[in-house]
Ligand binder design. Structure first.
Ligand SMILES: Cc1ncc(COP(=O)(O)O)c(C=O)c1O
Length: 388
């Protein structure tokens, strides 16, 4: 490979090869179903990551994690990507972002407190708040005009003013709508957080996948070092490493001390050793692969718009500003269109209603695949569209 060769050719991706994978995406449904649901990518692993993992296996390096190199690699990536300066000592290795969300809520709130979310939103947010940490979900739905979504700052101000609300779980970029909060929205959240003493837990797992035209701003670069906040980042979504179990929790001057005193040791040791090795390789050497993937995703989000306009003209779709999840309204397809699409079109999408209020009559589609597979997905949907 020369420096100018792309890391892989997306046209080489085919379903027969993908079906050899044993991950959730390819094992949940029968072989005649095209899986476009869970947030895993169909792309081949980045070579520097594969090399690091092969080397670890070759030296039988499969013990508990040491986190060696992870803080330094993480802060270098944050600095060069967003100009966000973080001291390496502030980076805590954790198994995954949802564990970080649960632990952050547990550390910064009391049982029964209200935690704000913005539905439609990533479904495990609801169960984590309610069932894992025993807090109450307070919904401030996203504002939506013709399929374009934004945070409802007035609704957030009202919720933050409630005495029972002590935390806000921000999803930035937002899953499933693909919106990237603006600097002024983040400033207003920081101001409200200060005014009402509400902790902000910022899930930024999709941030490295911000697409051309949008600019991600890490919440802590806006909120400042003494914010009552914790941010969660990871290489897992951007480089498809979710099964290796490694994410990073970053506190502030105010919260880092709470984290270091009270985060259970077993949480830190639950981090995957191979996940640490893969994340270090991703942050240090994964940029060319990531840039190539961003190009493909940029093309796919536009291709999907063209395909829907031609074959499923009643679909309501705004291309995501970040990541590879398309949020599609299908007003004439019933309350839960993914069910019929799975049954009749043999395509597995995420069911909109599981994302909370605003999810009815919607599906979430995974675009991290080849243009050919994406085209086949829409062809299948169109062939089975309800007759209106
Ligand atoms: C917004 C968001 N947070 C968290 C997760 C889960 O991350 P992890 O596997 O690190 O818990 C996902 C997975 O898609 C996600 O979209």
């Amino acid at each position: 490979m020369t420096a100018l060769d792309p890391p892989f050719d997306v046209a080489d991706i085919d379903l027969a090869t993908l079906r050899q994978r044993q991950s959730a995406k390819y094992r949940q449904y029968p072989a005649d179903v095209i899986p476009a649901w869970v947030a895993e990518m169909d792309f081949p692993l980045a070579e520097p990551i594969a090399d690091a993992l092969h080397a670890a296996i070759d030296r039988s390096d499969t013990g508990y994690r040491s986190a060696e190199g992870l803080p330094e690699a993480t802060v270098a990536f944050l600095e060069e990507t967003w100009g966000w300066s973080v001291a390496p000592g502030r980076v805590v290795a954790i198994p995954d972002v949802l564990t970080g969300v649960a632990q952050s809520i547990a550390l910064l709130t009391e049982p029964g407190d209200g935690v704000v979310v913005n539905p439609p939103v990533y479904p495990p947010f609801f169960s984590t708040i309610r069932d894992v940490v025993g807090r109450t979900v307070v919904e401030v739905p996203m504002r939506q005009v013709d399929g374009v979504y934004s945070l409802d700052l007035v609704g957030l101000a009202e919720a933050f003013a409630r005495p029972d609300v002590t935390a806000f779980l921000l999803c930035s970029p937002h899953n499933p709508t693909g919106t990237v909060p603006t600097r002024s929205e983040l400033s207003e959240i920081a101001r409200l957080s200060d005014e009402f003493g509400v902790a902000v837990i910022s899930d930024e797992i999709h941030a490295p996948l911000t697409l051309p035209g949008a600019e991600h701003r890490p919440y802590l670069t806006v909120a400042g070092p003494d914010a009552r906040a914790i941010t969660l980042v990871a290489a897992s979504k951007a480089w498809n490493l979710a099964g290796l179990k490694c994410a990073q929790l970053i506190g502030t001057d105010l919260t880092a001390d709470i984290v270091s005193r009270r985060l259970p040791l077993e949480v830190m040791y639950g981090t995957g050793h191979l996940g640490v090795i893969a994340s270090v390789a991703a942050y240090r050497h994964g940029r060319p692969w990531l840039d190539h993937v961003l190009d493909i995703l940029d093309g796919n989000r536009r291709l999907l718009g063209d395909l829907l306009a031609e074959h499923v003209p009643d679909a309501v779709y705004t291309a995501p500003e970040a990541s590879y999840l398309a949020w599609i309204g299908l007003p004439g397809w019933g309350d839960d269109p993914a069910l019929g699409i799975l049954r009749d079109a043999r395509v597995a999408l995420n069911r909109g209603p599981t994302f909370g209020p605003g999810g009815e009559r919607h599906v979430r589609m995974n675009l991290a695949t080849s243009p050919a597979i994406l085209t086949e997905i829409v062809d299948r949907m169109a062939a089975h569209a309800p007759r209106l």
